[in-house]
Design a protein around this ligand. Structure first.
Ligand code: FAD
Length: 302
């Protein structure tokens, strides 16, 4: 009983910090949806919101336009994702300078997926940055950005072992990264095991757990299969029989994400990163449960 009373997730008031990930919109309708989501989540004062960079740099202009608009129209610090794929160093460097000139001070630096799709071999562009470590070093040379990188609690599909991934994480930190966000996972044991191993190997930067609310079970399962994240049987069972029942699926998705987030917080995690899929409701509800509120709701002046 004493444990219940002391659960961090129930103490409310502001201990949990959040960040949100969005993807750049392709159409005017998607643009409206994105800005509705940002407008709803912004009052929760996320530490940052990050905007992804499409495979092969396909969203270069849209990512730039979205982060620039966030700088101009909100008080939130945006983080712009950037990859090494299909571009020479000069081109990538001009994107980095473009971000800086637009007032962006935080980059999520990634290698990106192979141009031939996941599962094929990554071929660096002949004049490009060859690895994420290389890219982090390149960004550092250009300006004093805050640099976040990825981490893989269940290991990256191309890595032989988790230790190899931790070696790569250490190299990225030596090159200048100051924070990591994990690939999504559903069993928190994967995250805590990875955290223990990384800390034991001298990794001391924050490693934010990436939480993906299951808005669409089939889509998430197919994405998980490609990224090496396990889709546990218990999760499939929770969505079983609900193919024609979207309302219940949404409630289950919220319950699953809440359960995961609450367990992380109860085990001492203070910073959570949500893959929002450009939808606010479910993430907003989970944040509310955790006591993450707009300042006015907490009785604090904005
Ligand atoms: P890396 O750190 O580059 O690791 C990938 C593999 O390369 C590993 O097997 C690693 O062991 C190996 N490796 C890395 N460096 C070296 C080295 N120096 N020597 C030898 N081996 C090395 N993709 C996008 O296209 N756009 C996005 O916006 C995007 N955002 C993401 C955000 C997060 C939080 C995460 C977790 C992933 C994201 N991805 C994104 C996916 C990512 O691009 C892919 O998973 C990609 O396959 C790996 O890139 P990375 O930088 O995550 O991994």
């Amino acid at each position: 009983m004493a444990d219940d009373i002391q659960r961090a997730s129930r103490s409310g008031a502001g201990a949990v910090k959040v960040s949100f990930e969005f993807f750049p919109p392709k159409t005017p309708e998607m643009d409206t949806q994105l800005w509705e989501a940002i407008t709803r989540l912004a009052p929760l004062r996320p530490k940052f919101i990050s905007i992804t960079y499409g495979a092969g740099g396909s969203t270069r202009e849209r990512t730039h336009a979205t982060v620039s608009r966030i700088v101009k129209e909100t008080m939130i610090r945006p983080a712009a994702h950037l990859t090494c794929v299909a571009a020479g160093r000069a081109e990538v460097d001009s994107v980095i300078r473009g971000y800086w000139n637009a007032g962006v001070r935080h980059i999520v630096a990634l290698r990106g997926d192979p141009a031939g799709g996941l599962g094929s071999r990554f071929e660096a562009h002949p004049d490009g940055y060859a690895t994420s470590t290389d890219l982090v070093r390149g960004i550092r040379r250009i300006a004093d950005f805050d640099i976040t990188v990825s981490a893989y609690p269940e290991k990256h599909p191309e890595s032989a072992t988790i230790d190899q991934d931790i070696d790569v994480l250490k190299a990225k930190i030596d090159a200048g990264a100051t924070r990591a966000i994990t690939q999504f996972f559903f069993d928190n044991a994967h995250y805590f095991r990875f955290l223990d191993r990384a800390r034991a190997r001298g990794v001391h930067i924050p490693i934010l757990p990436g939480i993906v609310p299951v808005q669409n079970f089939r889509q998430t399962a197919s994405f998980a299969a490609k990224t090496g994240a396990t889709m546990p049987n218990w999760l499939a069972q929770r969505f079983e029989g609900l193919d024609d029942d979207p309302a219940t699926r949404r409630l289950i998705a919220a319950a699953v994400a809440a359960e995961q987030a609450i367990d992380l917080v109860d085990h001492g995690v203070t910073d959570l990163h949500f893959y929002t899929m450009n939808k606010a409701d479910l993430v907003f509800a989970v944040c509310h449960l955790l006591g993450v509120r707009a300042p006015a709701e907490q009785g604090v002046a904005p």
